[in-house]
Design a protein around this ligand. Sequence first.
Ligand code: ADP
Ligand code: MG
Length: 266
Amino acid sequence: MLRLESVVVEYKQRGFLRHRQTVRAVNGVSFSMAQGSTLGIVGESGGGKSTLLKAICRFVPIKSGRIFIDDVAVSSLSPKAFFPYRKKIQMIPQDFYDIFNPKMSVEEILREPLEIHFRNLTEKEKNMQIGTLLTSVELDYSLRQRLPAELSGGQRQRLSIARGLAVNPELLICDEIISACDLFSQKQILSLLTRLNKKKKIAMLFISHNIAAVANFCREIIVMYHGEFVEYGTAEEICTAPRHPYTQLLIDVVSHAAEQKACIAL
Ligand code: ADP
Ligand code: MG
């Protein structure tokens, strides 16, 4: 359902003495995802993961390469022609302050995508839909008048997922969504995503700097380093027999953190 061919994304950055330099954040990336599949992209901060996701959602332009959704080259479509495809792919961003208006209540945040993409719904149907969305991410109905700042980190993250689900997407792109949560919320969110994947057959593109979290949740993993893919395989292959030294490093970081935790627990 999603295919990328040699996608390149560049940023113009202000450098020394206002000299503008070009940074290649994504350097010739290709991969594909089938309907209902789970794929993880792992790599350190600054490696180009968020940029790649933004390019898929058209929040940043691509310099070269092509992006296909359902075999249509969407990267060459006009913004208007792309509109129906926007619904198919929803991104849960790393920083929810990017998408939530802090003055909008939970209910208003969930109403907005319904009003944009399902214009024919009646008020009653929209209210019912909001209730269903809250239930599907296990948020209490009583929270619907709250502002984002009045929710816990885990609740905000689940609201973000509910907002993505509002348009019935075929693919959810999750950018570091568990990184800022405590362990309990992380578990809750991962089991929620697993259920959405299994029951609703929503494909998941799951991004994290933590290879253990990705391996737990995704069948296949891509390792990204400095804007490029350096390794690709099933979660088991990558974790048991990493071929690239950078992958080994990511695994070492996780096992070192686990050892430290064990020491603190002692
Ligand atoms: P990751 O999500 O893996 O941490 P990013 O995609 O956020 O990586 O960043 C990749 C590179 O692109 C970094 O070097 C970052 O500084 C740069 N970058 C990200 N966003 C912008 C932007 N809006 N303008 C200029 N450079 C950017
Ligand atoms: Mg990022």
